[in-house]
Design a protein around this ligand. Structure first.
Ligand SMILES: *Cc1c(COP(=O)(O)O)cnc(C)c1O
Length: 455
């Protein structure tokens, strides 16, 4: 057959789209994928003179593979079997059903977002979640913005633009994903004044740096590293006596270091700063992350003295980074859970406080009917940047398939919607981050992943 004819024998876009009818994507997207696959076949046949008529089935197969890859790239629920409770790439804290349904209820209708029901006048979106969160940690006032990075930025811009902010050289933190204190500081227009050294900063260092241009003394929780050995940091109380307002970016600590919502504060939480304690020691403002610290939705919370919080809320940047009604509704539900002593029901705390024996039982039941899967003791951690050795005892299952590499099994598991890690040449699924209602799904995905390639 002459080669020029080969192109005429390409399947139509409609024909390829029809062959993908079982993949649930809008027709426009399936047509894009079909067209790409046909174009690639056309390019191949003109590259190779004398090439065979393009194989329709091969074109359809490649279009189907692309369509499936596209479908799996869409935002969707996955099973987190990594044992990292606040996994930034997997959406940090899972929300509790109650909070989400309150948000759903409020957001599917109109609401009093910025309206006072008692007087019929304009209100503020900070009167609901912001006030409740402030109450929950003993602050005068509070607001919620898009995330903690935004909270720090707007705080600095509103209170310190063109003025000085004093900070210890041991606290110039970088959080994953591009949050670096010196960069945020310069974006805000504040002038950073570094004091002390990497390992030791004393109150006298701060005192020497305070002048007429000092707007704030800023402390930052070193949430993803520790400085140990010959180290010294300055307590909030000592800074509060120096004059300028003290702000503390707690980020991922605790709402209350005594964790009244847990039976006993677990060892792996020791040394995490509490927002309530930091405020009572004299901090004027505290910023923290709604998902990392509360187990709530993504958001940045600013709590502290009312005049300062009000000034921040009035800044144009606060308007640009404000939280939306769905987020505020979920925050309100989370704040109410803390206030009513029921924060232990939030998924983060439920996962963190599950006894290891319960996880071991689940692991044994899950592994029992599956060949190549065995229960193993593991260590779960609170966040991706957790300090080594600060994990919590956990239990999971290890999966091995003879003749296959662990990363192949891991990839097959991912295609089934499960994210696991590799340890000791086995695929490890930690059950602390898997909801018990997901165990059946996980078992089926494991069975599938282990069966693939064994034919
Ligand atoms: C996580 C963190 C941030 C950034 O918070 P996001 O909510 O991710 O924007 C800032 N500061 C500290 C100390 C943190 O731990």
């Amino acid at each position: 057959m002459p080669t020029a004819d080969a192109r005429r024998h390409l399947p139509s876009v409609d024909r390829v789209v029809e062959a993908m009818a079982d993949i649930s994507l809008p027709r426009a997207l399936l047509a894009d994928v079909a067209r790409n696959s046909i174009d690639a076949a056309r390019a191949r046949s003109s590259d190779e003179p004398g090439a065979e008529v393009p194989d329709h089935l091969a074109i359809i197969d490649s279009a189907r593979a692309d369509a499936r890859a596209l479908a799996s790239s869409l935002l969707q629920r996955v099973v987190n079997a990594t044992g990292v409770l606040l996994h930034t790439n997997l959406g940090r804290a899972p929300l509790d059903v109650g909070s989400v349904s309150v948000g759903f209820e409020i957001a599917t209708g109109y609401s009093n977002l910025e309206y006072r029901m008692d007087t019929g006048t304009r209100g503020s979106r900070h009167e609901h979640a912001g006030s409740l969160l402030a109450r929950a940690c003993g602050a005068e006032a509070g607001i919620v913005v898009n995330n903690n990075a935004a909270a720090v930025l707007v705080m600095l811009a509103a209170l310190a633009r063109g003025r000085e902010v004093v900070i210890s050289r041991g606290e110039l933190v970088e959080i994953g994903g591009g949050f670096r204190i010196p960069d945020v500081m310069s974006e805000s227009g504040a002038r950073m004044v570094e004091v002390g050294t990497t390992n030791r900063t004393r109150v006298s260092d701060y005192r020497a740096a305070v002048g007429p241009d000092t707007a704030l003394l800023l402390k930052v929780h070193t949430s993803n590293y520790r400085i140990e050995g010959f180290a010294e940091a300055t307590a909030v109380g000592a800074l509060a006596a120096l004059g300028p307002a003290v702000a503390y970016d707690v980020g991922s600590g605790l709402l209350d270091a005594t964790t009244p919502w847990l039976e006993a504060p677990p060892g792996w939480l020791a040394e995490e700063p509490g927002v309530r304690q930091v405020l009572s020691e004299g901090a004027d403002l505290v910023t923290f992350s709604g998902d990392k610290l509360l187990g709530g939705p993504q958001g940045g919370v600013i709590v502290g003295r009312r005049p300062l919080v009000d000034e921040i809320a009035r800044h144009p940047l606060a308007r640009a980074v404000r939280a939306d009604k769905l987020t505020l509704a979920a925050f309100q539900a989370v704040a109410l859970a803390y206030l009513s002593g029921q924060a232990d029901a939030l998924p983060l705390w439920r996962m963190a406080s599950t006894p290891v024996t319960v996880l071991e039982d689940r692991a044994r039941r899950l592994a029992e009917p599956l060949e190549g899967v065995e229960p193993v003791a593991t260590e779960a951690v609170i966040g991706g940047g957790s300090i080594p050795g600060t994990g919590m005892p956990s239990f999971g299952v290890a999966a091995r398939a003879p003749g296959r590499r662990a990363d192949e099994v891991q990839a097959a598991l991912r295609r089934g919607g499960v994210v696991a890690r590799i340890d000791d040449d086995a695929v490890l699924c930690d059950l602390r981050t898997v909801d018990p209602t997901e165990d059946g799904f996980l078992a089926a995905a494991l069975k599938d992943a282990l069966a693939q390639g064994s034919a």
